[in-house]
Design a protein around this ligand. Sequence first.
Ligand SMILES: [Zn+2]
Ligand SMILES: [Zn+2]
Ligand SMILES: [Zn+2]
Ligand SMILES: [Zn+2]
Ligand SMILES: [Zn+2]
Ligand SMILES: [Zn+2]
Ligand SMILES: [Zn+2]
Ligand SMILES: [Zn+2]
Length: 290
Amino acid sequence: RDLRLAEAQDRHRAHGAVEPFAVLALSGPAARVPVVFQEGMRKLERHALWFPPLDRATPPVCDACGGPPGEASICADPAHEALLCPRCRTFCQTCGAGLCSGHARVCSCGATACPAHGAACESCGEACCAAHTLSCGRCCRKFCRRHAFACGICGLAACTDHAKRCGSCDIELCGEHQSPCDVTGRTACPRHAKACGGCGETVLDLAWKDGRCETCRTLASAAPGDPAVAAAETLVPEARGAAWRSARTKTRVLLTGSTLLSRYRVWLARDLSLLSAWGGSKLFGMKKIR
Ligand SMILES: [Zn+2]
Ligand SMILES: [Zn+2]
Ligand SMILES: [Zn+2]
Ligand SMILES: [Zn+2]
Ligand SMILES: [Zn+2]
Ligand SMILES: [Zn+2]
Ligand SMILES: [Zn+2]
Ligand SMILES: [Zn+2]
């Protein structure tokens, strides 16, 4: 690994070159000679002082310490045009690019990262190396290990805004593996999500027993004059006069109606607006009617 890093660092060493035509245009005792340092696609022009009578040249200096540049690097921050001597730079652990002290991100694991191979946590600003940057699959923002979690099912990261815990086993879940339970108001992982055979809702296993969700198991005859029944009969007129039973979830009201030949299931929001309605004959089952 040390050898690979040394090779990578070698690739990132800037190569200085004196432009020969510039030297030919000289006159006078001392001259400024442009020296172009090149590192990959980036070029940096500095000047050397040349004294033709003595045939002596003063090379450009390190932009950080003013000393001789030696085997110079250009800071890997794309906006920072700085020539750095070996003493004034650190290397990105991933690509080997040289960095000034202002642009080297040092992760809590001790690794240094350049701007392309590290990130600052969107939540706390902490510097993270490539291996310890978690990118939320929902919002694509980057976070440190304290502000994002790996999904307990698929391993993909989710930030604190987009991860939810399973109410049964407590593992963190990415958006893809969260199943909301309106009975408990919590979230179920795929292992603890159960489908109700009565209403078809998916609920947390804690709210499910013998194939039925808690909502269906707690359905009770609606009280006379129940405003939810009046709302259901206005919204689904064909169900008028049915015998109604009702139950509440965290955010909704479930009503089931029964007439001599037909059955109905109506989901209302807490403000009694219609969410969905199902109906059909007792013999052939229900289908969505609203
Ligand atoms: Zn220096
Ligand atoms: Zn820099
Ligand atoms: Zn953080
Ligand atoms: Zn790290
Ligand atoms: Zn997110
Ligand atoms: Zn997942
Ligand atoms: Zn679970
Ligand atoms: Zn149910």
